[in-house]
Design a protein around this ligand. Structure first.
Ligand code: SF4
Length: 373
């Protein structure tokens, strides 16, 4: 399968923890420049490239006006064969959705919306610098359902300083009552260059301990599983039949092309990313060039190791034959010693021809992956 990612670099206001490339507040002439350049970039998609999934992320795509969002969705329709799509996701944030936008999404062909709820707790939302409250999140979910969009994913953030297990329990309870088809849970991270990281460095806030974060992750897993969600990837849970098809590409060595400033692309062993600067990105496209910030060709060995690590993010792990088919390598000759060592420490599980992360390793997966890369 192949996918198309479109980065929309606009938000109403920057959240305190955000390290994504996005501009706030929104300037109409910048959006116009973006849409004209995006048209050119989509026109440069390789001949015969037929994505089966589209993911519009950001930024906040729904922070655009109805007219701007309509232009964006029309660009996708004019450059992509919609009849081949198995999934078309658009990210949205509470506080930026209304009935006109949800109807537009639905009638343009969007099948799935990923909603940045993050928490239902007022203190947590204020700490994160979100623009919305819990009531607006619930209202957004209602609007999406009324528009006919039947596949909604909700993002939650845990590990927020000052928000203990009772906040998480409240979030979980509300989430399960609302019953979105899909849930993504992320531990708050302190990214370089964000106001949150500056406050941490200055000693004004303190990161939650690893043990507390791990306990929250365990509580989320238990609560969502008990409510019928399948834990299918380290951070992702879905009701049966609602696992994200686009993200599966990232976890299976699949191909995707990213459009928009700062978007990344993976095609075979080639990796490249657009420059994270709207004007430089647009200027390159108007001059008839790609707007790349970097480009590399992985060695066959590096590609195989990266595919191994990404595939291990799925709770089902990967099968030996599947790995061979994608990479042309056997994991035994690639890193058999490290696998045996990690299995001996109870972090990896080898079940016949299948390899997966042990449950105990899900929360510390980054450390495990560093040993395999
Ligand atoms: S809404 Fe999302 S992309 Fe925009 S600033 Fe907040 S976290 Fe970043």
């Amino acid at each position: 399968m192949a996918g198309l990612y479109i980065h929309v670099p606009f938000c109403l206001r920057k959240c305190r923890y955000c390290a994504f490339y996005s501009m706030a507040p929104i300037d109409a002439s910048a959006v116009d420049l973006y849409l004209r350049a995006l048209d050119m970039e989509l026109g440069r998609l390789p001949t015969g490239y037929r994505p089966e999934t589209v993911y519009i992320g950001g930024g906040t795509p729904t922070a655009l006006s109805v007219e701007q969002l309509g232009r964006l969705l029309a660009l996708v329709s004019s450059h992509v064969d919609l009849s081949r799509l198995v999934e078309w996701t658009c990210e949205a944030n509470p506080g930026t959705l209304d009935a006109a936008k949800t109807a537009l999404l639905r009638h343009s062909g969007v099948t799935r919306v990923s909603l940045g709820v993050q928490s239902f707790d007022a203190r947590a939302l204020s700490f994160l610098g979100r623009i919305h409250d819990a009531r607006q999140s619930e209202e957004s979910l209602r609007l999406l359902r009324e528009s006919g969009i039947r596949n909604v994913s909700v993002d939650l953030i845990y590990g927020i300083p000052g928000c203990d297990g009772s906040v998480l329990a409240g979030d979980l309870e509300r989430l399960i009552e609302l019953r979105p088809q899909h849930v993504s849970c992320y531990c708050l991270s302190f990214e370089e260059g964000t106001p949150l990281e500056s406050a941490r460095k200055a000693g004004r806030i303190h990161e939650m301990s690893g043990d507390e974060q791990a306990a929250m992750y365990a509580a989320l897993r238990a609560g969502l599983k008990a409510a019928g969600y399948r834990h299918y990837e380290i951070s992702n849970f879905a009701l049966p039949g609602y696992a994200c098809r686009h993200n599966h590409l990232y976890w299976s060595g699949g191909e995707y092309i990213g459009c928009g400033p700062a978007a990344h692309s993976h095609r075979g062993r080639r990796r490249y990313a657009n420059v994270a600067d709207l004007e430089a990105w647009a200027a390159a496209l108007f001059a008839g060039r790609a707007a790349l910030a970097f480009e590399e060709e992985l060695t066959p060995q590096a590609f195989a190791r990266e595919t191994l690590v990404m595939s291990l993010r799925r709770t089902r792990g990967l099968r030996r034959a599947e790995f061979r088919a994608v990479t042309g390598r056997d994991w035994e000759e690639l890193c058999g010693e490290q696998i045996a060592e990690l299995a001996g420490r109870g972090l990896l599980v080898v079940e016949g021809e299948r390899l997966r992360l042990a449950e105990e390793a899900l929360f510390v997966s980054d450390a495990v992956f560093r040993e395999l890369i």
